[in-house]
Each structure stands twice: as structure tokens, then as C-alpha cells.
Design a binder for this molecule. Structure first.
Ligand SMILES: [Zn+2]
Ligand SMILES: [Zn+2]
Length: 352
């Protein structure tokens, strides 16, 4: 079976031959159907996020169950349509046992991929850019009937992370005003969940006109062209003093500072983008005197995945318009280029 390997930062992925993964009692064997190309994968490919190379990237996986470990017999069976919604967890720390596996600081590394000559490629996150993978069953969720297996790939990361940001980060209540900076894969989903949760106005800021157009389609009521306007001043004007809830959906220290300044007294600024290892310089410490809460989200909770899959099945958010391009496995490097250059809202790579 084949998997796509990153050998060194800034280089294209190389499709290589590997042995079929072996599953233990707690694992499932998944035949991958689709894997989203997320900006986080690209940050790894560009060396901005740490990874033990060579590694197989990819973390937005849907597929069919192709093998069931002993512990899961009776719940999963071969042929089940599934998505992988969670990351690895230790299962024993206070985060894991309180339902916040997403905060686990001691997760085990995933098993590597073994080549026929015995050498190994590591797994970064799920290691989803592969034809087959072994994965602990606790990370796997059955897809509800009627949910498209290719479209559902993006649910496992960008859609559910955005849900966590709106529900648990911003804790949006109907009638609250909101600002979202960054209208890529995460930002568009934050916007459509803000609409579902009843925020108004929903202000979207980006430097790309095509992304602002997409933001309107997904529920933004107002837009700010950040290439022409000062985002903080424009948002304050639209909300008469600052938005109740603000969201940073890029992973950039400059826009993270902007959401803090654009938040109304008593409001919450939620950083959704991964700013790991970067310095965040706040231009105005007055947020403390305004009692603004600065928070963030780490991926998603188990309950988020369960709830979002239901919401998708019920047709209450739009997932099909998010996936604007599909790539064959051999064209995986084209998918990286397209997502990197902002040519697609979301791309997903299709296997088999
Ligand atoms: Zn992702
Ligand atoms: Zn843990």
C-alpha cells in the first residue's frame, strides 16, 4: 500500500510503498477514502510546526473500516463509513478523564509506517495521506447516513474546531456581535456556526476579496477589507465600540493582537489559529481594565464531533460548498500548492 511522505521541510511529498499496517486489539484498520488538505499540514511542510521527519502528514480522514481489533468487535464492522475526529490521548490524565482529551499533554505517538525493507516513516498527527492506516478505535466515529464520505473529511478538523471555538471558546449567545479575522477553512466555519448560534452582526475581515465573498455566502453580515481598512477601527465602528466575541482564525500574532483590541469590554477574544512557539505582543494592556477574556481552543472535544456530525446530517450547516476541489492521490502536491496559494476554499485528496 502507498503513503505520501515528507522527507525534509519545503520539499514535495513523495509517494512510497509501505507494508499493510498491523492492528492491535484496540485499533481499527481504515481504508482511507479522502483526506482534507488543511493549512496545518502546510505549516508542517514549510517547517513552521515541529514534526519528526520523515513523516506522513494528513489529519482530516474519512474511510471504510477494513479491520476490527478485538476490543471493538460488536460496535464496528468491516465496511462501516467512518471519520477520525480526535487526536491521540493518554486516557489517564485529568484532561482525558474529564472529557477534554483535546487538552491531553501526554499523548502517545502514533505507530509509524513500515517500508518493505524495514525502515520507518513517522506519523504526524494522524498520518492520513495514506491508503490504509491503523488507528485506536476511540478516535473513530461512524458517519451518519446521508453524509457524503468525501465532503465529511473536512469535518474532522476545520469544521469541528470552528464549532469548539464558537460554542466553548466564545460561548456565543443569540444577539451577540462577532468579528472573525481570517476567512480560510477555519474562519468560514466559525462564520457559519456564528450564524447557527444567532450572532449579529457577523463581521468578517480578510485581505482577499474572494474570501470575503465566500464569507458572505457562509453568513457574514458585514465585511472588512483588511488590505484597505484598519480592521480594529472598522469593527469598532460597526459594533459601536467593539464586538462581544472576536475570533482569530489565521494563527498570526498581528491579527491575534487585533482581535483583543476589537473586543468590547467584558467580551471574549478567542484565538483559533495555532500560535505555538510564537511571541504574542499585545499593543494595549487595557484589555485587563476592560475585563476582556483572551482564550483559545485546542482542536475539539469528543462531544463536539458527535454534535457536529448530527448538525451536518440535519443539513443545518453547509459542508458541500466548502469542498471546492478534489484531487487524485498522485496529485497531492498540487493540492498543497493550491491550498497554499488560496486557490481553493478547501481541497480534499481522494484515495481508492
Ligand atoms: Zn486541520
Ligand atoms: Zn491525557
Amino acid at each position: 500500500m502507498k503513503a505520501a511522505v515528507l522527507h525534509t521541510a519545503h520539499s514535495p511529498l513523495v509517494i512510497e510503498e509501505f507494508n499493510m499496517p498491523i492492528i492491535d486489539a484496540d485499533d481499527l484498520l481504515i481504508q482511507v477514502a479522502a483526506c482534507g488538505m488543511c493549512h496545518t499540514d502546510i505549516k508542517v511542510q514549510e517547517g513552521e510546526l515541529p514534526a519528526r521527519l520523515p513523516a506522513v502528514l494528513g489529519h482530516e480522514v474519512t474511510g471504510l473500516v477494513a479491520g476490527v481489533g478485538k476490543s471493538h468487535v460488536g460496535f464496528f464492522k468491516e465496511g462501516d463509513r467512518v471519520t477520525i475526529g480526535m487526536r491521540y490521548r493518554c486516557g489517564r490524565c485529568k484532561h482525558c478523564i474529564s472529557g477534554h482529551e483535546n487538552r491531553c499533554q501526554t499523548p502517545p505517538p502514533g505507530k509509524g509506517f513500515i517500508r518493505p525493507d524495514g525502515t520507518e516513516a513517522n506519523r504526524w498527527n494522524l498520518g492520513g495521506f495514506t491508503q490504509y492506516m491503523s488507528i485506536p478505535g476511540y478516535m473513530v466515529y461512524k458517519l451518519p447516513d446521508g453524509v457524503d464520505i468525501q465532503e465529511a473529511s473536512v469535518v474532522g478538523c476545520r469544521v469541528t474546531t470552528a464549532y469548539n471555538a464558537v460554542k466553548n471558546g466564545g460561548k456565543i449567545a443569540p444577539g451577540e456581535s462577532a468579528l472573525v479575522i481570517g476567512c480560510g477553512g477555519i474562519g468560514l466555519n466559525v462564520i457559519q456556526f456564528l450564524r447557527l448560534f444567532g450572532a449579529y452582526p457577523i463581521i468578517a475581515a480578510d485581505i482577499s476579496q474572494s474570501k470575503l465573498d465566500a464569507a458572505k455566502k457562509f453568513g457574514a453580515t458585514h465585511t472588512i477589507d483588511a488590505s484597505k481598512e484598519d480592521t480594529v477601527e472598522a469593527a469598532k465602528e460597526l459594533t459601536k465600540g467593539g464586538a462581544d466575541k472576536t475570533f482569530e482564525a489565521i494563527g498570526n500574532p498581528v491579527t491575534a493582537d487585533q482581535i483583543v483590541r476589537a473586543t468590547r469590554a467584558g467580551g471574549t477574544a478567542t484565538i483559533v489559529g495555532a500560535l505555538i512557539g510564537q511571541q504574542l505582543l499585545l499593543k494595549d494592556a487595557g484589555f485587563a481594565f476592560r475585563e476582556v477574556t483572551i482564550t483559545g481552543v485546542a482542536a475539539r472535544r469528543t462531544t463536539d464531533v458527535i454534535e457536529v456530525l448530527d448538525i451536518v446530517q440535519q443539513g443545518r450547516i453547509d459542508v458541500s460548498s466548502l469542498v471546492t476541489k478534489r484531487y487524485a492521490f498522485e496529485d497531492i502536491n498540487t493540492a498543497i500548492d493550491d491550498v497554499n496559494q488560496g486557490n481553493v476554499l478547501m481541497g480534499t485528496v481522494i484515495w481508492n
